[in-house]
Ligand binder design. Structure first.
Ligand SMILES: [Zn+2]
Length: 452
């Protein structure tokens, strides 16, 4: 059972930085956690693999297009699968096409530690969003493998199917499949050519009827950790290569119609107007102020259409959208109440009508203290400050929160650019992120059963 255990893994030690978890682990009948020897990942190999994967699906503009269940995504998964084998992992794909490399633990039956991200992309995207988390996790495991180190728990590296949702306009198919929350109706969603998810799966050699087989049993996953580029400017502003994610903000999307009264721009005195656009402008500033009063709330009006739309006509109607996010649902609810109250006030004062309807309402997901703690310690051991920050963008982890504790490590994005060919993180920053991931994985994968 533990015959493959290198001697240096079995020496019981107490690392006081980890507090009671290890003492409990020892008491629970499992070997205590081993400290990680000073290991360095191979930065050159990591970078070369990022470049190699970045050639698959590369277009004339330099952007990468790898939509789900396409030959490009297939080629990317095949390439990663070969690297997984090189890293000492056994490779399989589950019923929804998630690519999984397993690095066996000293206790093969113990709940696994999952690490990964995705290799699909948006149309003409960059080479880091997704691949860094997958290739980084492979590199972390390969580093352990080459050092002859085997953790207590198995580590599984995963490349999730369709995180971006670029093809079927709803994403995270792989992580929802793994979490057991994917539904049969969702497999009927169609792409621009009328091909359904189920049809695309069949074409890719998967049986859509068997999607339920991808679901993991409750208690079978100890933790999930994902390394990802920040896609924002917070770390760049802080001058730090790596950050600890506190939660994944859930978006609330509202569609808002404001009805006033169109009228002649010359013939209607100011006091007799019911200008829908002026009302919209006043409300948008209220929204901006309500979000700015909170540390992590963000609110964006991204679409606005006005009618009739003539130079000399008072706008009678405005249709706009609001994207409102926070990692704390209570805070998001509070901001929503404030901006609805502001709409009521403005409507009365200006004699216009506001109508708001939900486009989507996704709950935010806080990261788990267990995983955040492991990341914090890993970053400290690497001598990094690692500021804490929320993820404004959605990630696979939010789908897994019901299954296991989740956490994320962010790597600085140059100028915050993402979903474009110009997306870039430096080799040094990528290495720093993977070093933190390596230590985090080692720590999580050596936690005893009572830490679950
Ligand atoms: Zn991503």
């Amino acid at each position: 059972m533990t015959s493959d255990t290198p001697e240096r893994n079995t020496r019981p030690t107490v690392d006081h930085r980890d507090g009671g978890a290890q003492r409990r682990a020892s008491a629970g009948g499992l070997p205590a956690q081993s400290p990680l020897p000073p290991l360095r990942i191979r930065g050159d190999r990591l970078w070369q693999r990022l470049l190699t994967l970045g050639e698959i699906g590369r277009g004339a503009d330099g952007g990468i297009t790898r939509l789900s269940f396409t030959p490009e995504e297939r080629a990317a998964k095949d390439t990663v699968a070969a690297w997984m084998r090189e890293a000492g992992m056994t490779v399989r794909e589950d019923a929804v096409g998630n690519l999984i490399g397993r690095y066996e633990g000293r206790r093969p039956e113990a709940a696994v530690v999952l690490a990964g991200s995705h290799v699909d992309s948006v149309p003409s995207g960059g080479r880091f969003d997704g691949p860094l988390g997958v290739i980084g996790a492979v590199e972390a495991v390969q580093t352990l493998h080459e050092a002859g180190l085997r953790p207590l728990r198995p580590i599984e590296v995963i490349a999730f199917t369709d995180e971006e949702g670029a093809r079927f306009r709803f994403g995270m198919i792989g992580s929802r499949g793994l979490a057991g929350t994917l539904t049969r109706e969702e497999l009927e969603a169609r792409d621009a050519d009328g091909v359904s998810v189920a049809e695309a799966m069949r074409k890719a050699g998967l049986d859509p009827e068997a999607y339920g087989m991808a679901a993991r049993k409750p208690g079978s996953v100890h933790a999930y950790v994902e390394l990802h580029i920040e896609q924002g400017k917070v770390l760049e502003d802080a001058g730090q290569p790596v950050g600890v994610v506190t939660g994944i903000a859930g978006p609330l999307w509202l569609s808002i119609s404001i009805s006033g009264e169109p009228g002649h721009a010359g013939a209607t005195p100011m006091r007799l107007r019911h200008d829908a656009l002026a009302a919209a402008a006043e409300w948008m500033l209220e929204v901006e102020r309500a979000a700015a009063r909170r540390p992590h709330t963000v609110a964006t009006v991204g679409q606005l259409h006005l009618s009739p739309g003539g130079v000399n006509i008072i706008p009678g109607r405005v249709d706009l959208t609001l994207d409102l996010r926070d990692i704390d649902e209570a805070v998001r609810d509070e901001v929503e109440r404030e901006i609805r109250a502001a709409a009521d006030r403005i409507a009365k004062a200006r004699g216009v009508r506001f109508e708001m309807t939900d486009l989507q309402r996704i709950p935010p997901v806080p990261c788990a203290p267990l995983v955040m703690g492991a990341i914090r310690q890993a970053a400290a051991a690497e001598g990094l400050k690692a500021p804490e920050l929320p993820s404004g963008a959605g990630h696979d982890g939010m789908q897994l929160a019901g299954l296991c504790p989740i956490g994320m490590i962010f790597v600085r994005s140059q100028r915050g650019i993402s979903h474009q060919p110009e997306e870039y993180s430096t080799p040094e920053d990528c290495v720093a992120g993977v070093q933190v991931l390596l230590r985090t994985l080692w720590s999580l994968a050596n936690q005893g059963e009572d830490a679950e």
